[in-house]
Design a protein around this ligand. Structure first.
Ligand code: GLN
Length: 206
């Protein structure tokens, strides 16, 4: 608890006082916030650069990655989140957030954060299959996780520094780097909090 004091600085190792941001421009940020509350951390809806101050981590939720990306450009948050990340700030992207985290897409150009050395295929599971559930094996999890996939992306290729946590056939649906986690599915739409716990413990160090 050293350094807790009166400041609201990065809260690594201080789970009680941790504030975790959820990018709240578009998409299902409320569901993430609810789970964070259940786990005893304070969710912060992030809409401006100032909102990034003092966060112990940031979730980029599902939604529409083109819309979120454009709004991040106009609000300055595209550069703001990059800077948060490059200073070591932990980031978790779910679904559209995973698209935004990638460095390149197989599809049309769109604003990307480029936090992860990976090529993403948006809507990668086919147009017909808009949504499905699948029990997936995840590195480090003892039991399979039921992933809810909604027009989900996958990583086609990953580069150095990216650890694959789960695949469906040869498609990467969960991965991590030193201070980043991505999932192609929506853990915030299930009662299973293991990915939120994983993010807080393994990526944020709380
Ligand atoms: N297909 C959407 C996109 O590429 C993501 C869908 C989702 O977040 N559920 O932005």
């Amino acid at each position: 608890m050293a350094g807790n004091g009166e400041t609201n600085g990065a809260a690594r190792g201080e789970a009680d006082s941790a504030r975790i941001g959820v990018l709240a421009l578009q998409g299902d940020f409320k569901e993430h916030a609810e789970i964070l509350k259940k786990l005893g951390v304070e969710p912060v809806e992030v809409r401006t650069l100032e909102d990034l101050t003092g966060l112990a981590g940031l979730i980029v939720p599902g939604g529409e990655s083109t819309t979120i990306g454009k709004m991040m450009v106009s609000s300055g948050l595209l550069d703001g989140v990059r800077s948060f990340f490059y200073k070591g700030g932990p980031v978790w992207g779910t679904c559209a957030g995973m698209v935004l985290a990638a460095s390149a897409t197989t599809g049309e150009r769109q604003p990307l954060l480029g936090l992860m050395n990976a090529l993403v295929e948006r809507n990668g599971f086919g147009r017909q299959v808009h949504s499905f559930e699948a029990d997936i094996d995840v590195e480090g999890f003892e039991e399979p996780f039921t992933g809810v996939f909604i027009r989900a992306p996958f990583f086609e290729d990953v580069g150095p520094g990216v650890e694959v946590l789960s695949r469906i056939e040869d498609r990467v649906v969960a991965a991590r780097g030193e201070n980043i986690l991505v999932t192609a599915f929506h853990p915030e739409l299930t009662d299973d909090v293991r990915f939120h716990e994983y993010f807080l413990r393994e990526v944020c160090g709380l």
